[in-house]
Design a protein around this ligand. Structure first.
Ligand code: G3I
Length: 336
């Protein structure tokens, strides 16, 4: 019997997890992390705002604790994330009066930030989510930009994305560089993600992979949508990671499917729905093991999840105990 998820999937891809600082300090949680996972992402600690809240004033404490845990345990990290419109100090792109900076000033701020953090962690980080969530959500009407209208985009158009990748590559030529986004299997958005990455490749930008965040739910995406998105992305990159996997049981799924009134308990039906979605998803992922090299769960347990316990999103419950879906994902039939 395989010891943990990482052992069960050793012939397919790494199994990763996003951690907070408690997960790498509490002995019981450390046991789960080390038994189950062989890639680690800092859930928040390496993001632009936590690391450089003010221009030139870096705060490495939380990121160092997680990086040191990984160094001590021989686990490599996914770096998350160098450039994002959220969780970022506004000084990066605007002056004290709220006026957008010039492209030159913004690029100088971005380059300094990216190269400071990439250089600090290049020994333990094997890949970076260089830019996160820069593609516009659906619907995008014909003739409208396919990218999010973030302050960075308003300053420099999509060129800022290219520059972010160039700066990261300059600081660590060995790191694999990813573009990361959500709604990654929604057909129209996956086409826009593909279009962006194709333009970057054609422009000679050093990009290696696409991160599918994979924040899914028991109703969607369909496995055909996931399969189609992976096939599409694999025509433009050699590396696909699922970077933030969770499968929520929406609190109100319509059609009378709800959590038991008031309690955080989950009905057997909802539990089975989630297990089925996880099992079907991992069947699709195993089929694409040639291009998928890491599947990262977003948080260790339901207790840590950004979605809250009531969404029951992960394979470990709020007491860090494996759920029935964990066993179903781990004890798969390799012929399936
Ligand atoms: O660290 C501060 C703390 O000092 C303060 O007391 C507390 C209360 O205000 O806030 C703490 O910061 C919070 C941070 O998580 C760390 O816990 C932020 O408010 C909170 O907004 C932040 O949420 C994170 C969210 O990204 C931010 O957008 C979630 O934990 C994190 O799971 C989530 O992760 C994102 C990925 O990075 C990108 N993809 C989507 C995913 C889910 O939103």
């Amino acid at each position: 019997m395989a010891q943990g998820l990482k052992d069960a999937y050793k012939d397919y891809f790494k199994i990763g997890v996003a951690v907070n600082n408690r997960n790498v300090a509490d002995p019981d949680q450390i046991k789960v992390v080390l038994r189950e996972f062989n890639s680690i992402t800092a859930e928040n600690a390496m993001k632009p705002q936590p690391t450089e809240p003010k221009k030139g004033e870096f705060n490495w404490e939380d990121a160092d604790k997680i990086a040191d845990f990984c160094r001590a345990n021989g686990i490599k990290m996914r770096g998350h994330t160098l450039m994002w419109h959220s969780q970022i100090g506004s000084w990066m792109y605007q002056d004290e009066k709220g006026n957008l900076l010039s492209k030159e000033e913004f690029y100088a701020n971005m380059k300094h930030h990216i190269q400071a953090i990439v250089n600090r962690y290049k020994d333990v980080v094997y890949c970076w989510d260089v830019v996160n969530e820069a593609v516009a959500d659906s619907p995008v009407y014909p003739g409208r930009p396919e990218l999010r209208n973030s302050p960075m985009y308003q300053i420099a158009g999509e060129e800022f994305i290219y520059k972010a990748f160039e700066y990261a590559h300059e600081a660590d030529p060995d790191a694999l560089l990813f573009y990361n986004d959500y709604n990654d299997a929604e057909p129209a958005k996956s086409q826009r993600i593909y279009n962006l990455v194709k333009r970057m490749k054609d422009a000679g930008v050093p990009i290696d992979g696409i991160g599918m965040q994979a924040h899914y739910n028991v109703y969607g995406p369909t496995m055909k949508e996931v399969d189609d998105a992976i096939k599409l992305y694999s025509t433009v990159v050699d590396h696909i990671h699922l970077t933030e996997l969770d499968i929520r049981i929406n609190e109100d799924m319509g059609g009378g499917l709800r959590f038991n009134q008031g309690q955080a308990t989950v009905s057997d039906w909802e539990r089975t729905l989630q297990q089925d979605q996880y099992v079907q998803l991992f069947k699709v992922l195993r089929k694409h093991k040639d291009v998928i090299d890491c599947v990262t769960f977003w948080n260790v347990s339901d207790k840590d999840s950004w979605l809250g316990v009531r969404n029951y999103p992960l394979l470990f419950d709020e007491n860090y105990k494996p759920k029935q879906a964990y066993n179903a994902v781990k004890n798969f039939d390799p012929k399936m």
